[in-house]
Ligand binder design. Sequence first.
Ligand code: ZN
Length: 56
Amino acid sequence: MPSTTPPSACQHCGIDHHEHMQRWTSAAGWHQWTQPTQQQVKQRMTVRRKARTTSR
Ligand SMILES: [Zn+2]
């Protein structure tokens, strides 16, 4: 899994909406893209920002 997850990626597996379709994870089983929680979006944006600043 990439270190930076798109903020809008699936709540269960972290795959972006447009490439998700049906996916399997041990935690959620077969599922379709599920909107991430506000907390997940917030956390992903923080990680993303941090990755951008540390990579330069
Ligand atoms: Zn998923």
